[in-house]
Design a protein around this ligand. Structure first.
Ligand code: ATR
Length: 274
């Protein structure tokens, strides 16, 4: 059987850890295939997509700056890509190219693996109002979380986000959220705060409920200031590395026909590379 080839495409692309993740699975499942990083500029993206089949790609991942621009060149999109407004995974069906977004799936699958009881959560506070927050809110609503507050430095951005999702999502400032912390079953950081080289997470979690769950999408460092503070407070936590790994599984299954497992050895491969 011919090699199955998949890609991660961005500009720049050197930083991507996707080749490590998919390379691990290709090796583990002894699949005759490859997964490569491909640097494609914004101006060359249309031609890259047009020639995708001819060039022998089964599909792949798109990352910055292409997650929105691929939209118009696909046959159809899944619900998540449409709601989140970004495509990170493409695959072929009957010679046509389809796009999806696996970030919301990855977030929920990781939380399910690390803190299974999160499925009972009814209320959530999401810190941040960027693309990552949009994926997280989509996942929370899909899982049945009834009330979500989006907290953002630029409050207008949080308001626009809340409005786009409807009445169960509202917006708040960092100043005003302190008194609301005790109402939240879930606390989720989607900002870059706490990432290596960025300012620390600015809010004290002392007011959070003891049975709340804290989740961070940042994974450098693995134990972010937000998660360390949550652990000190006795909360259950889920880290961002798991989301990165779980969001990669649907693409792998579509291109290579094998549902891959996120195991401890894979986590270690990425931790060693951080
Ligand atoms: P992504 O698509 O990865 O979510 P983004 O759109 O750049 O990235 O969003 C980054 C988020 O981190 C935003 O919510 C941003 O707040 P603003 O919308 O006010 O910019 C938040 N963020 C980044 N640095 C911050 C800081 N120093 N203080 C507070 N919030 C910050």
């Amino acid at each position: 059987m011919a090699d199955i080839r998949a890609f991660v495409c961005g500009d720049p692309i050197k930083h991507s850890r996707s080749p490590l993740i998919h390379g691990y699975w290709l090796n583990r499942y002894k699949i005759n295939g490859s997964y490569q990083a491909v640097q494609v500029s914004v101006e060359n993206l249309p031609i890259f997509i047009k020639n995708l089949h001819e060039d022998g790609w089964a599909g792949g991942n798109f990352t910055i700056p292409h997650k929105q621009s691929v939209f118009d060149q696909l046959e159809d999109l899944d619900d998540a890509a449409r709601a989140i407004g970004a495509v990170n995974t493409v695959w072929s069906e009957s010679g046509k190219l389809y796009g999806g977004n696996t970030d919301a799936y990855g977030f929920a699958a990781n939380l399910g693996a690390q803190v299974p009881m999160w499925r009972d959560a009814e209320t959530a506070i999401v810190f941040g109002a960027g693309g990552a927050a949009r994926a997280v809110i989509f996942a929370l609503l899909k899982a049945g979380v009834a009330q979500i507050i989006v907290v953002n430095r630029t409050i207008e951005r949080a308001e626009v986000m809340a409005q786009s999702f409807g009445k169960t999502v509202s917006a708040m400032t960092w100043q005003d959220i302190t008194s609301k912390l005790q109402h939240a079953d879930l606390l989720i950081n989607t900002t870059s705060l706490g990432m290596d080289g960025q300012p620390d997470f600015p809010l004290d979690l002392a007011g959070a409920r003891g049975d709340a769950i804290a989740s961070d999408i940042v994974y450098v460092p693995l134990e972010t200031p937000f998660l360390l503070m949550a652990k000190k407070r006795g909360l259950q936590t889920s880290d961002g590395l798991g989301m990165l790994l779980h969001q990669a599984t649907p693409g792998f299954e579509k291109w290579f026909g094998q549902k891959p497992e996120v195991d401890e050895a894979l986590r270690q491969v990425i931790i060693d590379d951080l």
